[in-house]
Each structure stands twice: as C-alpha cells, then as structure tokens.
Design a protein around this ligand. Structure first.
Ligand code: DON
Length: 575
C-alpha cells in the first residue's frame, strides 16, 4: 500500500531523529499484540446495564434474572434494540464488541461487522458521468453489506453465554410478537426516511401501514421479525444465514436489483480479534482494533497526550492539544486503515509511543496546525443512529457493544417476509477514493470495497481498567464516535461518574473538514476566544451520540449505570 503524504515522510524523518531522545523516557506503551489476561478478583454481586432504550435495558436484566451472564444479557439487549429501535441498529446490520470474561480475564474483540458481497462492483456506486452515486451507496439493496449481527449474537451465545440462544432472544421475540409502543424517535426516523421507504413494498408495508408511520404510544407489532428471531434462536447461525430466512433475504435483495448470493450469507464469518490496549495515566484502555478505526485513533490520541500534563494546563491549552491530537489521528485514519484480513496496516508505527512523540513535535502550543495539506471534504451533521450499550454482571463479566445499521433506518430496505431491515453499511467503504462518505470521512485504497471485505468502522466500544475503577464506554455518532469515546475515557480517568461521563459536553475534530465541531455549552466565552485566537475554527453542532456508561468502583463493589441525557436519562439500571 502507499503512504501518500509527502509531509508524512518528513515527519518520519523527524520521528527517526527524535526517537532516540524519547527512548529513555517512560512513555506509555500500546500494543496490538495479545494483552495479558486482566483478572479482577472483586465481584460486584449485582449488575448494571445502560442502553438507549427502556425495553432493551429491561430485557437484559430479565435474562440475567434467568441465570444468564453479561453476554447472554447483551444478546437480549441487542435483539430488543433490533425490534424497538430499527432506526439505529438491528439484525440486518452488525456490531463490534469488547468483552472481558471474569473467570480468566480474557479480553477479546468480537467483529460482527458486515462484509461486501462477492459480486460487489465499484461501478454500482458511480453515476454514468463518474460522479459518486449517493443513492446506491445509501439506499436499497446495493447499499447493504452481508449482515453480521445475527451471526455475532449466535457466536456470543455459543462461546461466552450460559443460556441457550433461544432463551436470551426470548424477550425480543415476545416484544416483537406482542407489540410495543413506538417512541417519537422511531416515528420521526420513519417520517424522515418515508420517501425512500416507499420505494420498497415490504418496507412500506412494515413502516408505513396505511401510508403513514406508526403512531407514538399505539401498540405496534413486528411478527415477521419475531419469527426470524425465533428461527435464529432455534437453529443459531443456520436459522438466519440458511434455510427459510436466508433464502428470503437473497431473493428479496436480488429481486430489487441487489447482488447477494446464498454463498455470501453461508460464508459469513464472525472474527475474534485481539483488542488494542493502550496505557494512559495508569489506566489500561481496552478498545476496538481494525476493522474499526476507533481504537487506533484513540490510542494514537492518548499516546500523543501522554507527553503533556493536561492537569497543569488551562482549559484553552488543554483543549487545543486534544484537538491537535484528534486532527493527527484522523489523518492517519483516512490513509491507512481498513479490514485487517485484506490490508497490511502499519499498526506498529501507528500505535508506537515513538510515532506519537514524533507527531507531538509537530504540535505548536499556541497555534492550530491547518489541515490544508489535503483537499477539504464536506463534513455533514447526520442524525445519530447506531447505538451503544454497556453491561457488567454480578460476576464481573463485562460487555461493551456498539451496533448499527449505519444511517437512519439503514438502507430503508426490508427483505419481504423476514422483518429484517437491511443496513446501508456499504457507504462506510471508500466507494470513491477521497470522496467523503455520509460522515464526511475520506478513504483510500485501504478501505476500497472488495468481495468479502469488511468496511472500516468508527465504532469504538471500550473498557477502561484503573487500579480501583472500571468504566464501560461507547457511543454512536458516525465519525464523531471516536472523539466522543475519547472524551468519555478522559472524563472517566478524571474521576467523573457514569452520569457525568454520559452527560459531559463534547467537541470533535476529524482533520477534514478543518474545524472543531462543538456542542452548545461546551466552552465558555473565554475558551472560545482563546481557541479562535490560536487559529481554530469553531462551529456549533447539534447532533451528538447517545453514550451509555456503566462504571464499577472496585473499592466498594458499587456499580453505576447512566444513559445519555441528550436522549433520556434513567435508562441505565443497576439491580
Ligand atoms: O460503523 C460506522 O462507523 C458507522 N456505520 C456508524 C454510523 C453511526 O454511528 C451513525 N450515527 N450517527
């Protein structure tokens, strides 16, 4: 692969000349190599779940009460979200998870990300004149990757759960069959996407019965999805990827102009990967490796920041350094990262404290570095769809899981007779090199589509281990996932509780466009003025991810679970 930026060459030269100076330093280290097991002997004795939906949190606790562990509960939460929040995630999509198993300290990353079908054809995402076709990238069957969610749930059950899959899926099946009362968010999402939903008869029949979205507070049922979840529970992987459901998925996709085959579904594989581990200020952050870009970026940012004592700096300088670290990490994201099964990535370099030290040398204390060495992309302000949930069970098992169908209501395409709303994850590939996707992210060859390849994700489910505290953190938010999780990790390390972390105001920089997106109320006037004087362009952004956090105080075995107040406080529950 190519490392295209001239100034990176210069930077590497600088890195080589400065690395000796840093070699003797007690810099934090991060490594993609297998982390040592992190056994915790304490046991909470009770469980905490924080998700974006009341039904999902309750479903998780229901499964725990039946004798399930955190991983069984995760299946219940994930599947229930598929039913009650199809706008964000579901069995037509995928997930990424960081797990910690209490019995042996095993830390593992579960990659249930979608893959490109074997017949993927880059031309399908171009108009005749060669310009990007945003419709095929975001709507209908061509925008959908082969789903990983159902395989991932079956995998969680077989390899980490205590209960049969069927029992863990039971609450979701019941809610889909008996019905639930949709909230305003679901109804708004359907309304927002109604024009596209109408293009596909099975989608319209499900989401626009009588031509209109369901009504807030009126019971709404999803019998097709209930049946699909039931088959998944009875037959595991085969219940979704083969047989009745598999056939219906392929038939529906092909009839509407897509290119999936039965082989694409049958050959889908969940991948277990070694998480990225980075040590920062005495905390051990366990986070997502590629095919997510999130953990690499978080590690790079933390490694850069570890060279400063942020606690001694005023807010303006502290924020400036965090922004500059974000800028540099996102630049690498755009150039290097993709599916590790397809792309050779310079992971040793990206995760090296010496590389971070070289990058640090390029940061001026009082001046923003313009990102203008690359063409500027048009960043967008998408609605926040995708969802994160965090679980710690009474035995200390931990699940940090982010799942998605990508954009609001995914592809808007429901495969007839399955109740499965397909994702539009193909847009997370760099379908057209260096043209922004819906989150304004640019990409290169490393993230070009190819048969069976996973598209790069920003999902960053993470667990932070301190000497006497553990934090389970993650968020939706497209490209902003990475910076929001980073800020959550920093807040946890600064001692904030679960509600403080979830509620904390946020900011974001992703290299291109060269601006700092800021949530209203994040900075006071003096900080805004100070950052502007340094050359940062600040722009208010209204949509931020819903972060759901569980913390564990090891000194008194107290759990704390908090949901994001931007959405609804009180969706975290300890019992
Ligand atoms: O995997 C990813 O990075 C995206 N598909 C996530 C999309 C997302 O977070 C949407 N929310 N704004």
């Amino acid at each position: 692969m190519t490392f295209p930026l001239n100034w990176r060459v210069a930077l590497l030269g600088l890195l080589l000349t400065t690395s000796a100076a840093y070699a003797a330093d007690s810099r934090p280290t991060s490594s993609p190599a297998a982390p040592s097991a992190h056994v915790i002997t304490e046991r909470p004795g009770h469980a905490g779940i924080a998700s974006a939906n009341f039904h999902a949190t309750e479903a998780g606790h229901e499964v725990l009460a039946k004798g399930g562990n955190a991983f069984d509960a995760a299946i219940a939460v994930a599947a229930t979200l598929s039913v009650v929040e199809p706008e964000s995630s579901g069995i037509g999509g995928g997930f990424m998870a960081v797990l910690h198993r209490a019995s042996d300290g095993r830390e593992v990353f579960i990659d249930a990300r979608e893959t490109a079908p074997a017949a993927v054809n880059a031309k399908d995402y171009l108009n005749k004149d060669g310009t990007p076709n945003r419709d095929t990238a975001l709507n209908g069957p061509l925008s959908a990757g082969i789903p990983g969610e159902a395989a991932g749930l079956a995998w969680l059950s077989t390899h980490y759960g205590k209960l049969p899959l069927k029992e863990s899926l039971a609450p979701a099946v019941r809610i889909a069959r008996d019905g639930f009362k949709p909230d305003g968010r679901l109804v708004n999402a359907i309304s927002e996407r109604a024009e596209d939903i109408r293009r596909w008869p099975a989608s319209a029949a499900k989401y626009l019965p009588d031509g209109k979205p369901p009504v807030v507070g009126e019971v709404w049922r999803d019998p097709d999805q209930a049946r699909t979840l039931e088959l998944l529970g009875e037959h595991g992987f085969d219940g979704f990827y083969r047989g009745e459901v598999g056939k219906k998925l392929v038939d529906a996709v092909r009839a509407a102009g897509g290119n999936w085959t039965a082989k694409d579904l049958e050959s889908y594989q969940v991948k277990e990967r070694t998480p990225i581990v980075v040590n920062y200020r005495g905390y051990r952050v366990v986070t997502a490796p590629p095919a997510s870009s999130g953990g690499v970026a978080v590690a790079e940012i933390l490694n850069i920041l570890s060279g400063y004592d942020l606690t001694k700096l005023d807010t303006v300088h502290r924020t400036h350094l965090v922004i500059e670290a974000m800028r540099r990490a996102f630049r690498d994201h755009n150039d290097y990262l993709g599916d590790p099964d397809f792309v050779k990535m310079p992971m040793d370099m990206l995760l090296s404290p010496y590389y971070a030290a070289g990058l640090r040398q390029t940061i001026l204390m009082d001046k923003a570095t313009p990102s203008s060495m690359l063409p500027v992309s048009a960043g967008t302000d998408p609605g926040m769809h995708t969802t994160h949930f965090s679980i710690i069970d009474k035995d200390g098992n931990i699940a940090s899981i982010t799942q998605t169908v990508n954009y609001t209501m995914g592809s808007t395409f429901v495969a007839a007779g399955t109740g499965v709303l397909l994702n539009d994850e193909m847009d997370d590939f760099a379908l057209v090199p260096n043209k922004p996707n819906v989150y304004g992210l640019l990409g290169s060859d490393a993230n070009a589509p190819a048969p069976g390849k996973r598209m790069l994700s920003s999902m960053t489910p993470s667990i932070v281990f301190g000497a006497d505290r553990v934090g389970v953190i993650g968020s939706p938010g497209g490209s902003t996932i990475i910076t929001q999780v980073l800020e959550g990790i920093l807040a946890f390390i600064d001692g904030k509780d679960a509600a403080g972390i979830a509620g904390q105001k946020r900011f974001h920089h992703q290299y291109m466009p060269d601006r700092v997106d800021v949530e209203s109320g994040t900075f006071d006037a003096a900080t805004t003025e100070g950052l502007t004087r340094m050359g940062h362009t600040l722009k208010e952004r209204s949509s931020w991810g819903f972060m759901n956090v569980v913390t564990w105080d090891l000194k008194n075995n107290k759990l704390d679970a908090a949901s994001d107040p931007r959405r609804e406080s009180g969706l975290g529950k300890v019992q």
